[in-house]
Ligand binder design. Structure first.
Ligand SMILES: Cc1cc2nc3c(=O)[nH]c(=O)nc-3n(C[C@H](O)[C@H](O)[C@H](O)COP(=O)(O)OP(=O)(O)OC[C@H]3O[C@@H](n4cnc5c(N)ncnc54)[C@H](O)[C@@H]3O)c2cc1C
Length: 259
């Protein structure tokens, strides 16, 4: 099951962003930059940045997430976001003896599809472990023949085997990562990935991340989300036609009452 934690963030992220904005627009000094930055003034600086489209001060607020129970399919998509830092569990160093995978909800719903999917995962897991064992045995024999003692040879061979055996692992395979994005990159991420056009798994993750950062920095993320929150949907023919529903969903996530 997907688990997302906000494991760290810039303390007082909105104040830090406001301080950067204050430096740009006033004759302030570093030593007293944070002085007088009341909640009200902070909000004023943040809305000024939004009005001006001046986004670089927003980059000073960082958010670090721990994410697990997501698929390698998701990993391929999320790592396309270049303005982020990733640390991902290695399939090279960790042998997946206990093979976990993500079942797409549409497959979960259809019994025949689910049975075929589970059979495929079972088969994949068996083939992976079988291949890893065959590689490990062969590499061990090579190292022992070269004069290495059996225990050391097997340890080295096991790592080497993982490297190649992982090529048969499926996209459904679970992975875990630590990811850091700054608030500007997160705003871009939410615009793209909270949208109904985004694939279901990364959309679910994006919404969970939104729910974690919004209480910490509501002014920074008040308007974050799919582009239809701020105006007409820009997706043209690909529009989901559910803008009203999406706006209502995000209003509820912000804790706003229905009009
Ligand atoms: C619905 C959907 C469908 C998609 N389908 C596909 C697909 O079929 N095939 C595919 O390959 N990808 C696909 N993608 C991925 C998409 O093309 C982006 O790679 C991904 O969303 C990352 O977005 P980004 O570049 O804005 O983010 P980041 O890489 O974090 O970049 C943030 C911003 O920085 C700027 N930037 C970063 N790097 C550069 C650069 N080199 N030059 C200029 N500006 C830069 C841009 O303004 C960019 O928006 C899809 C994404 C979505 C949401």
């Amino acid at each position: 099951m997907m688990q997302v934690n906000l494991i760290a963030y810039t303390p007082e992220p909105e104040k830090v962003v406001a301080a950067a904005a204050k430096l740009c627009y006033s004759d302030s000094h570093i030593g007293t930059l944070l002085d007088g930055l009341t909640e009200e003034k902070t909000v004023r600086f943040l809305s000024m940045l939004t009005d001006l489209g001046h986004a670089s001060p927003i980059e000073h607020a960082n958010f670090t997430f721990g994410i697990e129970g997501v698929s390698r399919t998701l990993l391929a998509q999320i790592t396309r976001h270049r303005i982020a830092s990733f640390s991902v569990q290695s399939q090279r160093y960790v042998r997946l003896d206990d093979f976990h995978y993500v079942i797409p909800p549409e497959i979960e719903k259809i019994p025949a599809a689910k049975a075929a999917f589970l059979a495929s995962m079972d088969e994949d897991a068996k083939r992976y472990l079988d291949l890893a064992k065959k590689l490990e045995d062969a590499h061990t024999a090579e190292y022992v023949a070269a004069g290495m003692d059996e225990a050391a040879a097997r340890k080295k061979a096991a790592k080497q085997a993982n490297e190649d055996a992982r090529f048969v692992l499926p996209n459904a395979c679970e992975t875990k990562m630590v990811m850091t994005m700054n608030a500007r990159s997160l705003q871009n991420f939410f615009a793209l990935r909270c949208c109904n056009r985004a694939q279901w798994e990364i959309r679910a993750l994006a919404k969970e991340m939104w729910k974690l950062v919004y209480p910490v920095a509501p002014e920074l993320f008040r308007n974050a989300g799919p582009r239809c929150l701020a105006g007409p949907c820009p997706e043209g023919r690909m529009c989901c036609g559910k803008a009203e529903q999406v706006r209502a969903e995000f209003a509820a996530m912000r804790g706003e009452k229905k009009q």
